[in-house]
Every structure is written in C-alpha cells, then in structure tokens.
Design a protein around this ligand. Structure first.
Ligand code: ADP
Length: 543
C-alpha cells in the first residue's frame, strides 16, 4: 500500500520562492568585483533570477543545456544559480584559478553554450576564446560603464543590459526532481578533471541535512559569509541552505585577504563562515598582527583539508569562535561529516576534547559510511582500525558526467572516497590520509596529515607539508617540507626534537627542507603532486 502524501518535486527554484515569500526583506550583501558594497534582499534576488531565466530563453537556451560561470561569490552569481537551474538548464561553475588548458577542456567537455564571466576575468576569457568549441555567447557580469574599452570579445553581451528589459514575472516550470541542476568538475590531481552532475533532489536534500543543528546549525538568525567559492562544490551548498532557512548572506567577492574578510565580518555582523585552512591562516595572521577581535562570528567551518589543531585552538582561545571541522568531497555535494562534540564530551579535559575535535566528525542522516580492507571486507568501528572509506546516500554521485572513469560504485552502491579513515562507536570518522598521500614505511602506514598537524603546532612554522620519498630499506620515508614564519629562527634539529614529543619515533621525518612557499591547488589545498615532482631527485640522508 502506498502512502497518500503529495508527490511535490524537490526543486531548487522553490528555495528562492520560499525565501522571497517568508524572508523577503532579509539581506544579501556583496562586495562587488567593481568595488562598492551592493545590498538587496531575497525578494529582489528572486525577481532578478527570473529575469536571468527570461534572458536564457530569449537566447535560445533549452532545458538540459549547460551554462558556464566564471565568477566569484556575489549576488549576480547567486541569481545565476537560481535562474539557470530554475528554468531547467545546468549551472556549470568553473574555477578561474585552474590552468587555461584545464578551463578550455572543462568548457568543451561540458559543451557550455553561454559563459557568464566576472569583470576581472574577462581578459583571461578573451585569450581562451579560440579554444572554446561550443560557446555561443559570453556575458560580462557587470554594466556597460565598467567594461574595459579595449576588450576584444566578439558579440559580448552585458548582464545588466540583458536583465534591464525583462519583466521578471517568469513562472518557474515544474519538472522531475531528478533533473540535473548543476555541474562541478573535480580538480583532478591525476588525469583530466571529471564532472559531478548534481540534481534538484540531491541539492534540496543536501540543504536540509546541511542546516541541521549538528551539521552547520543554520537558521533565520544566521548571517552566513561563504569564503569557500561558489565554484568549489557550490560553496559547500550554502547558497541553497541560506534561502531555505532565511539566513542573511554576505558575499566577499574577489577580496579574500585577511583585512577585507575581517572588515565584512565586523560590519555585517557575520555569525557563520566557511573555508579551507589556507584562507584562515591569512585571516588569523592579519588579526594577530593588528590585534583585532571578532565580535559576532560564532562558527567557522574548516574543511577541504584537515584542520590543524593549532588553528582550532587559536580560533577558540583568542577569538571565541567554535571551529566546525567538516569533511566532504565534490562527489558528495560535498557534505559528508561535521564535528560537533556530544553533550558528555563537554566535561572532558581540554586535551581529550581537542582529540575529538580533530576528527572529521559525524555523518548527518543520509550519509552511510563504512571502512574496508584491501579485500573489501568491512573493518570494525573501534576508532583504531583504518581502511578505505566508502560512502553512499542520496547526495552522493553514482558516476561521472558522460561516463568518464567508467563504473565507480562498488557492490551495494558504495562510492570509494579515496580516503583512508577510522570510524568509532560514537559515529565519528577520522581521516588518516588520502590513500595516495599515506606514507608506506616498511609495510606500516604513516599519516602525512598527523605529521603536518604536529609540525604546524610549532610557533615558528607558517605551513608544513609531508610527502613520502623513496628509501632503499623502508620503501618510503617521510620528508617534512616547511615554510617558516618571517623573521624567525628554526632549524632542522629543533623541529625534529619538537616532533619527538608528539609522534612515535619511527614516524619522525628523515629530513626537513625549508622552502619559501608551499604550492597550493586551485581550491587552496597543499599541492602534493607538485611537491613530489619538485623533490623527485631528492635523496634522503638516511638512504
Ligand atoms: P579535489 O581535492 O579532488 O579537488 P574535493 O575538493 O572534492 O576534490 O576534495 C575532497 C577531498 O578533500 C577528500 O576526499 C579528502 O581527501 C579531502 N578533505 C576534505 N575535507 C577534509 C578534512 N576535513 N580533513 C582531511 N581531508 C579532507
């Protein structure tokens, strides 16, 4: 017997309609690429996203067509999220920090019909234009007065001109909730980038789960500033979850330096923010150097890479900010787990609580997790055994766009994350390492993340990375690569002695190399492939 409840599809456009009706005056504030702060409210955003849909129809766009965006976090990008998906097309967000050839590959693979481009990215697109095979129009996300006069993009369209003569009265169509809504390519540290194709249903379910108190704890009282870019897994779903709960949104634009972020946090009374460790390093340095405080920020989500313990403690002790350590991936929309201590953890000692906070957290309902050994046999949830982490759920991918990479699911519909992890009886998952970064020494595994965290706790270390390098006896041994803070004295011996009190003796790096900077990926993670390349001829003193 079937239940008798209505079969109303879960569609992204319903989120903005809900916000316009129930939170119509709630603000969306943006630091624009042009410079000034722009403010309006959900009611205005809804009307302008309808104008976007009307514009796309006028340009001949059909449901299912892919529309590319090369843009920072701002109100026009937000309107595109809703206008494109709401009319049944697919919003393809592109990371402007990728190499030009990668951008061309992604645009051609997705067969983007139109590219919406922020003002400061137009010169890059001008150069790439001859490489694009399917793009019919480029739209400059600005008004005519801001356009650089010498730009040579044939038939360039201007966003504000396109919207100006549209009525904004479009009636969103209703369609199957499984319809594709947006597309995001993984940065592809190996091989070509692969597309993850989200649906309306997966996006709305992910928003519900994301808003829960033990996930991101979002509500109509939240003021959300996503530092994580809208091209990095849909800013971790925040542009969808915010209108669902009626939270105020603050978009930082292109200025992600400590000073610009700090100013927005204070002037807009931000309560919630989210980003990768690299941006938080810059913010914390700026606040320390200028003796600044944070008066309203309650939560800072750290995800994308492991949160170093020193960062969790600094946010808490010096700024009164609770770090929410989160884990996920593009293939998971991205939320897989968030760390909130349970009630009984709050009476633990500082050290014990920190050990829990370092874990990547518990999955919300909807994400199933298990760990398996090399033969695929499930391992115990005892917080000690570690193995390949597999996941499944309604906002987890079943395969890549156009079948790239073939069948990716294991038996039972499990998706292999490429991460190695432990699970404990309380439901907490802890990443040991990415399977390709873990250091295999004499048949045992050394976690590069644990070593990096230990090194980052030294006051003279700005950033640390650990890679495995070949060793004749042990197969691989850890090499620690360190970027020192300016004007400090720190040598190899002092650092190794310091690590000696934190990790097992056989984990201690065989050598330390000091560098001027640690390379990062386009999403701000440590670029280990480059480090392995840079140190490929390096010989360990112990070898
Ligand atoms: P890519 O790194 O390929 O660009 P994602 O941005 O989707 O793709 O990254 C997903 C990966 O990032 C995860 O599989 C995991 O290795 C790593 N990651 C994400 N969050 C964390 C975290 N909190 N701690 C450790 N690793 C993390």
């Amino acid at each position: 017997m079937l239940g008798l409840m209505q079969d109303r599809p879960l569609l992204i456009q319903h989120l903005i309609d809900h916000a316009a009706l129930n939170h119509g005056d709630t603000e969306i504030v943006s630091r624009t690429v042009e410079g000034p702060i722009h403010r309006y409210a959900y009611r205005d955003a809804q009307k302008r996203s309808k104008k976007v849909a009307e514009t796309l129809l006028a340009l001949g766009i059909k449901p299912g067509d892919r529309i590319g965006t090369l843009a920072w976090n701002g109100y026009r990008h937000f309107e595109l999220y809703y206008g494109i998906s709401g009319m049944g097309a697919v919003c393809h967000t592109i990371n402007p920090r990728l190499f030009p050839e990668q951008i061309a590959y992604i645009v051609n693979h997705a067969e983007d019909q139109i590219l919406f481009v922020d003002l400061n990215l137009l010169p890059a697109v001008e150069k790439l234009l001859p490489l694009f095979k399917t793009v019919r129009h480029v739209v400059a996300m600005t008004d005519r007065t801001h356009l650089p006069p010498d730009l040579k993009i044939p038939n360039l369209l201007v966003y504000e001109e396109l919207l100006a003569d549209k009525p904004g009265t479009y009636e969103w169509p209703e369609f199957d909730e499984h319809t594709a809504s947006s597309l995001c390519y993984t940065s592809g540290t190996t091989g070509n980038p692969k597309g993850v194709l989200y649906s309306h249903r997966s996006t709305v379910l992910h928003s519900y789960a994301g808003a829960l108190p033990d996930t991101l704890d979002l509500s109509a009282r939240s003021v959300i500033l996503p530092v994580v870019p809208m091209f990095h897994v849909n800013a971790w779903g925040l542009p969808y979850a915010a209108p669902m709960v009626g939270a105020k949104l603050v978009f930082p634009g292109v200025a992600l330096d400590g000073a610009s972020l700090h100013e927005l946090f204070e002037t807009e009374k931000v309560t919630f923010t989210a980003g990768v460790p690299t941006v938080w390093l810059a913010l914390l340095n700026h606040m320390q150097a200028n003796k600044l405080k944070l008066s309203t920020v309650k939560y800072a989500v750290i995800g994308g890479s492991a949160a170093p313990p020193a960062m969790i403690e600094t946010f808490d002790r010096d700024y009164g900010v609770e770090v929410l350590h989160a884990w996920g991936m593009s293939e998971m929309s991205p939320l897989g787990s968030v760390n909130h201590p349970k009630a009984r953890h709050l009476s633990l000692s500082h050290e014990e609580l920190l050990a829990i906070r370092l874990k990547q957290g518990r999955p919300p309902f909807g994400v199933d997790m298990k760990i398996v050994d090399d033969a695929g046999k499930e391992l115990p949830r005892d917080g000690k055994a570690f193995g390949d982490l597999l996941v499944r759920g309604p906002w987890i991918t079943s395969g890549y766009f156009k079948g790239e990479g073939g069948d990716v699911l294991r038996e039972g519909g499990w998706f292999p994350t490429g991460d190695v992890a432990t699970l404990d009886p309380d439901g907490y998952m802890q990443i040991t390492d990415r399977s390709k970064d873990v250091i295999k020494s004499g048949g045992e595994w050394i976690s590069s993340i644990d070593l990096e965290n230990a090194a980052m706790a030294h006051p003279a270390v700005a950033e640390a990375a650990v890679i495995g390098v070949a060793h004749p006896k042990w197969d691989e041994r850890p090499l620690l690569i360190v970027h020192r803070k300016p004007d400090v004295v720190l040598d190899k011996k002092e650092l190794i002695d310091f690590l000696g009190s934190k990790v097992a003796k056989w984990w201690l790096p065989d050598d330390v190399q000091f560098v001027d900077a640690i390379p990062h990926t386009a999403t701000g993670k440590i670029l280990k492939t480059r480090l392995r390349e840079d140190f490929k001829d390096y010989k360990l003193p112990t070898a």
